[in-house]
Design a protein around this ligand. Structure first.
Ligand code: PMM
Length: 264
């Protein structure tokens, strides 16, 4: 069954939950509620990557995530660390994180891939064409799926050259990262093609703007049902995992989909 990665943004400015879990005890309580709802992995992030976001100092990012990662890993919870920063990734791995989730696929910090190799961690390589503060400037494609695949392939090669074993690599097409509405749909429509790269595929569509646009609504509360539907569709295309905010909705949707298929 497709794994569910629950999001804990220990940030001030993430686009849907910024500021809600900045205090470690709030982040931990939230993570526990996501695990109770059925999350398989908790993805802890200390820096927002929303469009227009600015980078934050490394010491602030580390101070935000370290106590949360250490506590959750100490409880036996599988933790991933959402960072583009090698030092933060290494610190999180020392604190017990098992997966480094780098939306830049190791491009933002040249020290990232060697750091992950040295830590023996798994890595999520996201498709990325540059920092969030001007990511749409590079959102021009002739054939978005082929280009995303070719660029992910380069990141995989770089990760393997740095000494990360292929079975420790997960790829993510980077929904919303340097992609406009229709680009995201093209990628999702051909998710199975991305899986032909030969690596596990993670999808992060949760609460993203393109879902709201498809529903033609400003009502942000309606994004969670839309997200749960994308989780089921991604699972049908053999996604290894989905990264979501509302874990309960996705777990329920995936459970009903497997009951329908007779494998629940
Ligand atoms: N999206 C965001 C942050 N981290 N990580 C992965 N692997 N894939 C994504 O699509 C992704 C990510 C931005 O969303 P958020 O601000 O709601 O966390």
């Amino acid at each position: 069954m497709t794994l569910v990665m629950g999001i804990v943004n220990v940030t001030e400015d993430s686009f849907s939950d910024g500021g809600d879990y900045l205090a470690p005890e709030k982040a931990i309580a939230h993570a526990r509620s996501l695990v109770a709802a059925g999350a398989d992995i908790i993805d802890v992030g200390g820096e927002s990557t929303r469009p227009g976001a600015h980078r934050i100092p490394r010491d602030i990012e580390r101070a935000r995530i370290e106590p949360v990662v250490a506590f959750l890993a100490g409880e036996g919870i599988s933790v991933s660390i959402d960072t583009m920063n090698a030092e933060t990734a290494a610190a999180a791995c020392r604190a017990g994180a098992r997966i480094v989730n780098d939306v830049s696929g190791g491009q933002a910090d040249p020290a990232m891939l060697p750091a992950v190799a040295a830590a023996g961690a798994e890595i999520v390589l996201g498709h990325w064409r540059g920092p969030s503060d001007d990511m749409y400037a590079r959102a021009h494609y002739d054939d978005v799926v082929s280009e995303v695949m070719a660029e992910l392939h380069e990141r995989v090669d770089a990760a393997r050259a740095a000494g990360i074993a292929p079975e420790r690599i997960i790829v993510d097409p980077g929904i919303g990262f340097g992609k406009r509405g229709e680009d995201n749909w093209s990628v999702l429509r051909q998710l199975e093609r991305i899986a032909t790269l030969g690596y596990r595929v993670l999808v992060g569509a949760s609460r993203k703007r393109f879902l709201q646009d498809a529903l033609a609504t400003d009502d942000i509360a309606r994004r969670d049902l839309a997200t749960a539907v994308t989780s089921v569709l991604a699972a049908q295309e053999h996604a290894w995992g989905v990264r979501v905010h509302d874990v309960q909705a996705t777990v329920d949707a995936l459970t009903i989909a497997s009951a329908w298929k007779g494998s629940a």
